[in-house]
Design a protein around this ligand. Structure first.
Ligand SMILES: [Zn+2]
Ligand SMILES: [Zn+2]
Length: 438
């Protein structure tokens, strides 16, 4: 058996807000920089993207698809009639064409130039039936995000209510950037299902493509082998999930639906009775103060969950009543079955990672992740020390420190879980807090 680093959910230039320079060559370049071996094609039902892939991917005798040194899985994301996103993987081009035929009459945008992520007028269960009848695999995408996800606020709190009889055909859930295994394993309904950590990339930038991936032990990188791994059959399995620290994701923390301020809690300096009157409005946050942080926060979250918490910033500044919405972490608290994460025996470890681009940005104190200075520094460290994942996960920190003391120290702190974070939320990514003694 061999080990493959796989990212099974990306998009194509035929989805909205995707880089137009994303193509097989740029994908392959980034895969090599990151240390990825297998990549989803993204948007495989979109006719032009499908044609491009059919023309360029070579099929090997073991059933895997290849372009240069990187392997590909035919993949798309589909939105159902309940606005839930699903990750879909196909065994071969024949099944993709069959899926186009079957889904066409349920979809207005399947054949559109911008239909990369098509919407179909089907229930989750009906969609699962169609995909699995064609030999494909399907599971909910970014399962906990506040928008377009199975477990979003006021939607489902377990898998069965959503998929009903089709549940046994669902092969995985995708955690999404703002969740990890520790958070997701507080739900009893997920104990038998495999977790995927995928990037959902909208660009070939190394900040985006492969920012999350799954390390899988299989015989070869074909659909059949990956299917066995997700179903944990014939000793095939996912042996590691690597993803952003959930606080770095865009939806970890609760936020105002309108002004997108994140709601955070801080310890009060003086005794205060009611948290609801003690807050401060900042450009990106509403900060609540209390002496009893834990119970104040719990009360607050319960009120948000009932859809009854008004944003104080919008109330003061616009005199409008806009609601606070749960982030991924608070939504999980509301629907959790266990107080603490309870991992089933099959669950692989999860590494909370910080993209190397973010580490370089924070050291150089540069906000943009597309800054030339940052990208040059990234290219340089990769050419000296090897692929990003080796640097982040495997390389001795002494070796990294010899290359650059600050980068080595941040990676050491990351591996020891000693980094503190400003949580992301409402569509804004989180950030790391670093104190550098330079
Ligand atoms: Zn999605
Ligand atoms: Zn607001």
């Amino acid at each position: 058996m061999q080990v493959y680093n796989t990212d099974l959910h990306i998009h194509s230039p035929h989805s909205i807000a995707v880089s137009q320079s994303l193509n097989l060559d740029t994908m392959v370049d980034t895969c090599k920089q990151k240390g990825l071996h297998v990549l989803g094609t993204g948007d495989i039902l979109q006719p032009e993207w499908l044609k491009y892939m059919q023309h360029n991917l070579q099929k090997n005798s073991d059933g895997s698809y290849q372009y240069n040194d990187i392997f590909f899985i035919l993949q798309t994301e589909i939105e159902d009639k309940e606005n839930i996103h699903h990750v879909v993987l196909f065994p071969d081009f024949k099944s993709v064409v069959e899926a186009q035929k079957k889904l066409h009459s349920y979809s207005k945008n399947l054949f559109d130039e911008w239909g990369g992520r098509p919407r179909v007028n089907l229930t989750p269960a009906d969609l699962v039936d169609i995909i699995t009848d064609l030999g494909g695999m399907i599971g909910p995408a970014h399962a906990f995000t506040p928008f377009k996800a199975i477990f979003r606020q006021n939607q489902y709190s377990n898998l069965e209510d959503c998929y009903q009889d089709a549940l046994k055909k669902v092969s995985f859930i995708e955690l999404g950037l703002s969740a990890n295994t520790n958070l997701a394993d507080r739900l009893e309904c997920l104990k038998d299902i495999s977790f995927l950590s995928n990037s959902d990339a909208h660009s070939q930038s190394p900040r985006s493509l492969g920012r999350e991936f799954n390390r899988i032990e299989i015989d070869n990188p074909s659909f059949d082998e990956i299917k066995s791994a997700l179903l944990r059959k014939n000793s095939r399995k996912i042996i590691l999930n690597v993803g952003l620290h959930p606080k770095l994701g865009k939806y970890y923390n609760m936020f105002c639906y309108k002004c997108r301020r994140r709601i955070i809690f801080k310890k009060a300096d003086k005794a205060s009775s009611s948290i609801f009157s003690k807050y401060r409005i900042k450009p990106e946050f509403v900060e609540y103060y209390s002496n009893d942080l834990k119970s104040a926060r719990t009360d607050f979250i319960n009120t948000v969950a009932k859809g009854k918490m008004i944003c104080p910033a919008c109330k003061e500044k616009l005199n409008k009543n806009y609601k606070i919405k749960l982030g991924v972490s608070e939504r999980i608290e509301i629907i959790a079955s266990y107080k603490k994460s309870t991992h089933p025996r099959h669950r692989p470890p999860y590494i909370n990672a910080i993209p190397l681009i973010d580490i370089i940005r924070s050291i150089k104190n540069i906000k943009s992740s597309t800054s030339k200075t940052v990208l040059n520094a990234y290219d340089k460290i990769i050419s000296q020390l090897g692929p990003e994942y080796e640097i982040l996960i495997d390389l001795p920190t002494e070796t990294i420190k010899n290359y650059n003391k600050n980068i080595g120290e941040i990676i050491e702190a990351m591996r020891n879980g000693e980094i503190s974070y400003t949580p992301g939320g409402g569509g804004t990514y989180g950030a790391i807090k670093v104190d550098l003694d330079v």
